[in-house]
Design a protein around this ligand. Structure first.
Ligand SMILES: Nc1ncnc2c1ncn2[C@@H]1O[C@H](COP(=O)(O)OP(=O)(O)O)[C@@H](O)[C@H]1O
Ligand SMILES: [Mg+2]
Length: 382
């Protein structure tokens, strides 16, 4: 896990936090530790049921912690009531007061804090400007679209300048186009406010687009935490490789001394491996845009890995071609090819697939089969 900047105790420190709901045996959140720097955009990404909402609820104070500690700006908060934590929260459902105007919805948290009337009007106007709803102050929530309602919820959550804004799948109820638009709005708000944002999603594209760092949740634990590029280029587990982006995986056994992964007839170059992987079942994972296709095997660069394959299909998806591959042992995978340059081969033709080992990741194979199965397809969003 990456360390955070030293900013004099500001930021959020989560230490050994677990949650076991009463009447259940398995922890919903299992010994999670995470530092979130002041001003950081941190995303909790994972499949449904992986513990993201539970983690966010414990941060916000809506769920108690079973074990562990949560510090916000140097203060232990895990036993404090939600309103004492000074956090803004936005959920998937808009949760606006339907009988109050937009302005009154946004004013509500300020009235609760007993702010002077004149100050409230100024703060509300500022917050509505921030979400570009200055002209909608007198409307009722029912007179707004879903995207606009969610922007009101965002304005209401930041109007009292909380220490952080917590969002749980805030775009989940919106259609694709609105979601993309609001994603950009949230990124802009983050830049303008400089506030810590903690964002929960199961959508890998949303996470990659928005985040400074992403914590990937699986079964109540953090599998890996890092920048979008670190997670995409250097996944540390097969789960992370599969959950973020597409990849082709080659299963085999690691021979660390020889610097290779042995799979069937192939010995794939895999230099500089972790000692823990030696002799273990491993998977060489390669992203589709790193695979090169050659009709003549002689064209493969020295030092690159190579595997024989047949092109099964070519699908034009607008900004690129997706090239389906069947490797010599029968397993499948995908490469991408840019639009413009001629296609290297057509369906049914044999190719040599190659890649630079610096652009692969080698991860432990959790299925650990003793029967080597040279190549497997690994797809996103299983
Ligand atoms: N109130 C609850 N009581 C019992 N189990 C719960 C409760 N809320 C969530 N869970 C369980 O905790 C696990 C994590 O759930 P959740 O935090 O909602 O995951 P996510 O938000 O990643 O989908 C799941 O197995 C879920 O069924
Ligand atoms: Mg959830």
């Amino acid at each position: 896990m990456s360390p955070t900047k030293d900013d004099g105790g500001r930021g959020i420190r989560i230490r050994g936090v677990s949650k076991i709901y009463s009447g259940t045996a398995r922890p919903a959140v299992d010994d999670v530790s995470l530092d979130i720097a002041q001003g950081e955009f941190m995303t909790l990404l994972g499949p449904s049921g992986s513990g993201k909402t539970t983690m966010l609820s414990m941060l916000a104070g809506f769920a108690s912690v079973t074990a562990g500690s949560i510090e916000i700006d140097g203060r232990e908060v895990s036993r404090l009531k939600p309103h004492k934590r000074d956090l803004g929260v936005v959920f998937q459902q808009y949760a606006l007061f339907p009988h109050l105007s937009v302005a009154k919805n946004v004013a509500f948290p300020l009235q609760q804090r007993r702010m002077a009337k004149a100050d409230i009007a100024a703060k509300v106007a500022e917050a509505l400007e921030l979400v570009h709803l200055g002209d909608f102050a007198d409307r009722l929530p029912g007179q707004l679209s879903g995207g606009q309602q969610q922007r009101v919820a965002l304005a209401r959550a930041v109007v009292y300048q909380p220490r952080a804004l917590l969002m749980d799948e805030p775009l989940g109820a919106l259609d694709r186009r609105l979601r993309d638009q609001l994603q950009r709005e949230i990124a802009r708000m983050h830049r303008e406010l400089g506030m810590t944002f903690i964002f929960v999603t199961h959508d890998q594209h949303e996470a990659l687009t928005l985040s400074d760092r992403i914590a990937v949740f699986n079964d109540g634990r953090i599998e890996q935490c890092g920048t979008p590029a670190e997670l995409y280029e250097r996944p540390e587990t097969l789960f992370v490789a599969q959950f973020l982006g597409e990849s082709t995986g080659f299963r085999g056994t690691v021979d660390r001394a020889a610097g290779v992964l042995r799979c069937g007839p192939h010995a794939l170059r895999a230099p500089l491996l972790e000692p823990a992987l030696d002799g273990a079942d491993g998977v060489v994972v390669v992203r589709p845009e790193r695979l090169e296709l050659h009709v003549e095997a002689g064209r493969v660069a020295a030092g690159h890995n190579r595997v024989g394959a047949t092109v099964t299909e070519i699908v034009y998806v607008g900004d690129r071609h997706q090239v389906g591959l069947r490797f010599d042992d029968g397993a499948t995978g995908t490469a991408t090819h840019p639009v413009g340059p001629p296609l290297p081969a057509m369906p049914g033709e044999a190719v040599t697939v190659s890649w630079d080992p610096r652009h692969q990741a080698v991860v432990a194979d959790p299925t650990g089969s003793s029967v080597p199965s040279p190549a497997v397809e690994v797809t996103a969003d299983a």
